[in-house]
Design a binder for this molecule. Sequence first.
Ligand code: 3HC
Length: 310
Amino acid sequence: MTETQIKILEAQFEARIANDEKIEPKDWMPEKYRKTHIRQMSQHAHSEIIGMLPEGNWISRAPSLRRKVALLAKVQDEAGHGLYLYSACETLGITREELYEQLHSGKAKYSSIFNYPTITWADIGAIGWLVDGAAIINQVPLCNTSFGPYACAMVRVCKEESFHQRQGYEIMLTLCKGTVEQKAMAQDALNRWWWPALMMLGPTDDQSVHTAQSMKWKLKRKTNDELRQQFIDQTVPQADILGIKIPDSDLKWNADKGSYDFGEIDWDEFWQVVKGHGPCNKQRMKARVSAWENGAWVRDAAMAYAEKNK
Ligand code: 3HC
């Protein structure tokens, strides 16, 4: 293809983006657009699958059958979210095997938030309330992202995330209305999950390498800092209703801004966790790699069956 032909295609592509059109897998797109979508969607998918591990840890120890059923349904939903997103990646010409190889080799990231331990039952409430709460804030704008399959996947994901957030908040409400020990457990979980939940929305906009271009391509519809501020403004009143304290002495309502001022995030901790030195990174990766290896016979049997019954 000549330079001129490529320039014409790029101009047509930019006009479609400006016009809020959806780009579909078979449409012409700049290679960088394709690559950054595989990057973000695959890391999103990896996060969904790895995110099953910290919560799965409590399925057999849930305090009641009702809590067990809700947690089982949530963890199952996360698996489905991962599958929608892996399938969306495959429409861009990468295979499932390549995606998993990138995760297992450490080439691809997954969300920092899932590298923290779930020490008590209150952590399951805090994850639903805070992590899924932040996820919804992050994912609702993605329902309007320019790449068709990603936008479609997000519509279904967001519907299920609202159940995840509600069941988490209800766990926290039950604990906060319970005994002194139960309320203390909820406060301890908030203390441990608050800052990692702010970090999961990514580095500050001035540190973000992808935000500017992703906003131009309408892959991102809000910046990391905008999402973080929205999450804080929505969540602080919820903590007030619970009667537990957000662990940030600089948190203060700023009437001029119409939102909360908040304290410094420990970005050293964030990058340490992203680089693999978080509390549970090794454990999470070991679990994923052994699941992949132990599941090889199931994949082979399914492929053989499909081949035989073509
Ligand atoms: N954990 C790990 N890596 C992170 C990160 C995090 N929380 N935030 C950013 N990074 C990485 C980026 O991937 C990028 O590295 P890369 O170039 O190797 O991919 C680098 O840090 C610079 O960050 P940027 O802000 O420039 O990267 P993005 O523009 O991709 O923004 C993001 C980061 C806001 C997380 C964006 O990727 C995004 O919106 N992703 C879709 C949502 C998602 O993946 N959420 C993860 C949690 S999944 C979840 O919430 C499941 C729910 O059920 C609980």
